[in-house]
Every structure is written in structure tokens, then in C-alpha cells.
Design a protein around this ligand. Sequence first.
Ligand code: PMT
Length: 381
Amino acid sequence: MADSSAQRAESHYFTHEPPPKDLKTNTTLARAFITRHADEGRRVVLVTSGGTTVPLEQQTVRYIDNFSAGTRGATSAEYFLQNGYAVIFLHRQFSLLPYSRHYSHNTRSFLDYMKEENGQVVVDQQHQDQMLRVLRQYTEVKRENRLLILSYVTITEYLWNLREVAQLMRPLGPKAMFYLAAAVSDFFVPQDRMVEHKIQSNEEFLQGAGASGGGNTKPPAARTEGKRLVIDLEPVPKFLKQLVDGWAPEAIIVSFKLETDPSLLVKKAEYSLKKYSHHLVIGNLLATRKWEVVFVSALDGEKWIRVPTNRRTKSFSGMPSLVGSADQLTKKDIEADDSIATEQGIPRGEPAVEIESLIIPEIESMHTKLIEQAEARARAS
Ligand code: PMT
């Protein structure tokens, strides 16, 4: 087979960017987890979650980061588990985790849920029911060994882990799913253009222009010039192509597309689906992502999933007026669109609905159809 440009980019990236120290441990854990669930005939989903960092120095003091807290990934992982999947949760270290997310990254400390009684720590009365429910779910998942938690920090750590785990998931065929909710950096500092030490801001202590070597004659990608910090990042190859064509060719692949401009969302999601020929792109706007998403797939075309107005979760950064603004196709009154979710039997005036509780059952039924199609193809050949 001819060496495609995507293959060349992959080979260049992984030759020049060293693997993380815990990669071997992660692959050992992932291999055992996948083998067990493959033997039991279970579906396995790799959920990626949180943002990747871009270090500017080898002994990293400064790095570029993004906004993602890992809410989408951690919440989705819970609903996949609830729907019977085994979940490999590849997340940014210290971002939200399934189950514990209910008591972290909040305006409240987890200690606010507790009190002292007769020298013992107990959960206070008003939080008993919810915490008991979450604890039971978590304990059950742990007992069944259906959740494997792996972590990364940098873009390179993320990509090495993704590639290794994807290749391990191959024997699962179409029972493997990738749910790529992480916010992945598009630009980075290659190792051979990265200075070793902390970039100095004081002109009297400026270092020489030396990066770590490797024959690259370009100046360091992040450096000071006079009083200015200059950052000249290089593109990260789009590895979705390699995931679809090479690392896990039979797996079901769900990617996310994040935009801030409503007029671009659906077009960019369609473009991504066409370019990578995978199964589903979930488009979301930064300002409305907790209340609506759009599914773009070859199977079902464009389909909006929306939480009814009276069931939306609170969001400090969210902008309710933008709900429906990217829905170019129907342009209908979104208030009238409550039927999308109420059809599923959610009564009005009940507690807030997490949009992931609507997303995951849709994906599960799409997964079932795709497995059936794959089985029919296998029988016919
Ligand atoms: O964590 P939260 O605060 O809840 O936020 C959730 C979210 C908004 C981050 C999530 O819902 C989301 O949209 N994640 C994907 C954002 C993103 O990285 O989009 P993108 O356009 O950069 O990438 C599109 C796809 O290409 C992604 O699935 C990614 O895995 C893939 N990609 C990206 C960069 C890269 N170099 N190679 C890739 O293959």
C-alpha cells in the first residue's frame, strides 16, 4: 500500500515526540480490560475527556491550555456505563471523573456535604438520597470492573495513549466505539523546537536561542525577543484519519466539533464527516453545549438533540438566547421544539436533565444498527 501523507505525518510525529513514562502501564491495564470484556461479548467505548496542554518548555513551567473541564466526557461515561458498556476513560489529569464529578468542580466543597456526628463523619440528611444513588452506581461499576481510568496531560501523551489503546481495541471489531469528547490542541511545540529551561522574561537573564536539538535549524517555537514572548506553533496532524483508516478500522467512531459561530457549526460538522468518513459527528456550540447538540451522520443526516427549556441545567457561561441559532435547517421556534425530549417521557417541572442522558441512548441505538450492518456484511462475504 502506498505511504499516504497521513501515514507519513503519523510516523514523523511518533518518531519525534517521545512516549509518556506511564504508557507501558496504561497499555498493560487496557489490554487486560479489553480482553476480559471481549471474552464476555460486551461493547467497549473509549471516552476521551478534558483538554490537552501544549508545553512551551521541556522542564515545563508554562503551557497553553483550553477551557474544557471534562464535563461532557465524565457525564457521558456514566451514561455509557448505565447502558451496559465497559468504558475506558482517557482523561486529562485532575479533570472531572465519572461519579465523583457530582461533588467536585462545584461552587461547593465536598466537605459541605458532610457533618460530624458522635465523632464520625456522616453525609448530611439533605444529600443522603443523591449520594447513596451515586455511590451505589459507582460501587456496582467497580464490582463489575467496567470502568478503566487512564490519564494524560499533554497533547503528545494524549496521542500516544489514543493510538496504543485504539490498536488494542481492534479485536473488538464493531463492538468497539470511540467517543472523542476531549478538546484536543490543534497546534503544538515539537520536541526539537522546545527550550529545556523556563523561558526568561528578564532581559538580563535571556538564554541562548538553543532548543533541544534534533537537527532542526528553526529557532525555538516559544522564545523571548526583547521584552516580547514569541510563540510560533506548528500544526498537530489530524489523527482522526489514522484512527478511522488504520488504528481501528472496524470500530464505530464518534467525533465532536466545537464552534462558537452558529453559522459554521453544521457546515463544519458535515465537512468533518465527509473528510474522515467515520460514523457520527456531534456538533456543539460553546455557549449552548449543555442544552443542545446536533448529530451529523451518514445514517440519519442532521438531527438536533435538545433539552426542554424547563429542564435545562444551569450554566454560568451558557447563553440561552443562542439555543437554536445554529439550526439552519428548520429555523423553527425552539420553544415549540420541547417535543424532542418530552416525547421520551420526561414530565415537566422535574429536576434538570443532563443532555448526555439524551445523547447516549441515541448513540447506543445507532451502535446497534451499525453492528447489525457489519454482521450482515460479514455473512454476505
Ligand atoms: O469538557 P466540557 O467543558 O464539557 O466541553 C466539552 C467539549 C466542548 C470540549 C466537547 O463537547 C467537544 O466538542 N470536544 C471536541 C472539541 C474539539 O477538539 O474539536 P476540534 O474541532 O478541534 O476536533 C474535532 C475532532 O478532531 C475531535 O474529535 C478530535 O478528537 C479530532 N482531532 C483534533 C485535533 C487533532 N490534532 N487531531 C484530531 O484528530
